[in-house]
Ligand binder design. Structure first.
Ligand SMILES: Nc1ncnc2c1ncn2[C@@H]1O[C@H](COP(=O)(O)OP(=O)(O)OP(=O)(O)O)[C@@H](O)[C@H]1O
Ligand SMILES: [Mg+2]
Length: 254
């Protein structure tokens, strides 16, 4: 499962979906095949990618039940290169139960994509555990504020636990910093604190700035790259992060 990333943090609203969608936008722009697995019952990434769970005959909950993703994976509205395994509020039922089903579901299809990104819910329950069991790479999204760093220990413990119990191939690919102000002593101190926990090298660069265009893109269900020069800096940031994702995939042994 060397192409699969779990994009996670137990904290809500830190930018897991923004990172997933920004990377999907960069992959689409580069003409690369990508699968977004929406593992959040809120179904935000499915919706932004043009899919409404209410209109779908089948969602990821059915795929997990049937143990097959055939007929459930949909093409996104963004690009023929971006596919989605869409979510549904019914996915909440999978917060308890076995954690290996998602891995079994993705294993036969992973090779069809350059990368598979699992957008996790804001919890450390069974859904996030399933994502970490299916993925080779854990990608944490963190806001460098005092509240943003709270709970990182719990995420690290879950990664250790999954590594021990179900997935010895799991590695921390890195930490993406979101909503980083251009100049802030406070953010700088928190990044230093984070570096002491995960190691300086684990913190990916460049950080994602705070920009209203991210909100706008979600509201209009559009990829960041469709905004051209209006989103010049955020686009450059996500192009760099996408190159990093590809680098991690290419460095990982199948
Ligand atoms: N760098 C940013 N600049 C401005 N707005 C942002 C930024 N990152 C995220 N947001 C906005 O903050 C809100 C929460 O972000 P997002 O949905 O990506 O977080 P999340 O971690 O996926 O949340 P949840 O835990 O609920 O799944 C969204 O409205 C998003 O557009
Ligand atoms: Mg989200």
């Amino acid at each position: 499962m060397h192409r699969t990333f779990a994009i996670l943090n137990q904290k809500g609203g830190v930018g897991k979906t923004t990172v997933t969608l920004g990377l999907a936008s960069a992959a689409a722009d580069a003409g690369r095949r990508l699968l977004v697995v929406d593992l959040d019952p809120q179904a935000a990434s499915s919706w932004v990618l043009g899919l409404d769970p209410m209109d779908l005959d089948a969602t990821i909950a059915d795929a997990l039940d049937r143990r097959s993703a055939a007929d459930v994976i949909q093409r996104s509205a963004w690009s023929t290169n971006i596919d989605v395994l869409p979510s549904t509020p019914a996915l909440q039922a999978f917060e308890s139960g076995g954690s290996k089903r998602l891995r079994k579901l993705l294993k036969p299809i992973e090779h069809e994509y350059e990368a598979v990104l699992i957008d996790c819910p804001p919890s450390l329950g069974n859904l996030t555990r399933s994502a970490l069991t299916a993925a080779r790479h854990a990608l944490l999204v963190v806001e460098p504020s005092s509240l943003g760093l709270r709970g990182i220990g719990g995420v690290a413990d879950l990664i250790d636990d999954v590594w021990d119990a179900t997935n010895a191939d799991l590695e921390l690919a890195g930490v993406v910093l979101n909503r980083v102000p251009a100049v802030s002593n406070e953010a700088g101190r928190r990044i230093d604190e984070l570096a002491r926990i995960v190691g300086r090298d684990a913190i990916w660069s460049p950080p994602i700035p705070q920009r209203v265009i991210f909100n706008e893109a979600v509201g209009q269900r559009r990829p960041l790259h469709s905004y051209g020069s209006r989103a010049y800096h955020p686009i450059a940031v996500f192009d760099s992060l996408w190159r990093r994702v590809r680098g991690v995939v290419h460095a990982a042994q199948p």
